[in-house]
Ligand binder design. Structure first.
Ligand code: FES
Length: 114
């Protein structure tokens, strides 16, 4: 089991924004939803697109920039056409002012939803 990886300081991503990181061989999108941070895979499961280039909609979904399908950020579940397959989520660990990601674990919400 690997250790959580430092991604950024919390003040580097304002609320309502998403940013891409390439870490440990994973392209991830990190989101700040009203002060709570989430991480998912960056690649859309529908075709080829970087979700971090899309917009956060309805407070907790990411809209893909290519075909405008949406995913629920906390659970990774597809929410609208043409997205059908969930995106992977990663557990974000809150450590003071740091955002850490555990690449071995899904987000709690995703685990609960299964
Ligand atoms: S590539 Fe993302 S919805 Fe089509």
């Amino acid at each position: 089991m690997s250790e959580p990886v430092f991604v950024m300081k919390k003040n580097e991503l304002e609320a309502g924004k998403v940013r891409k990181f390439d870490l440990c061989g994973n392209a991830i999108a990190v989101y700040n939803l009203n002060g709570t941070f989430y991480a998912t895979q960056d690649n859309c499961t529908h075709a080829t697109a970087s979700l971090s280039e899309g917009d956060i909609v309805d407070d907790e979904c990411i809209a893909c920039p290519v075909h405008d399908g949406t995913f629920h950020i906390p659970t990774g579940q597809p929410m609208s056409f043409p997205c059908e397959h969930a995106i992977r989520t990663y557990k974000v660990i809150d450590q003071g002012d740091a955002v850490m990601v555990d690449f071995d674990q899904e987000a709690d919400e995703a685990a609960d939803a299964i």
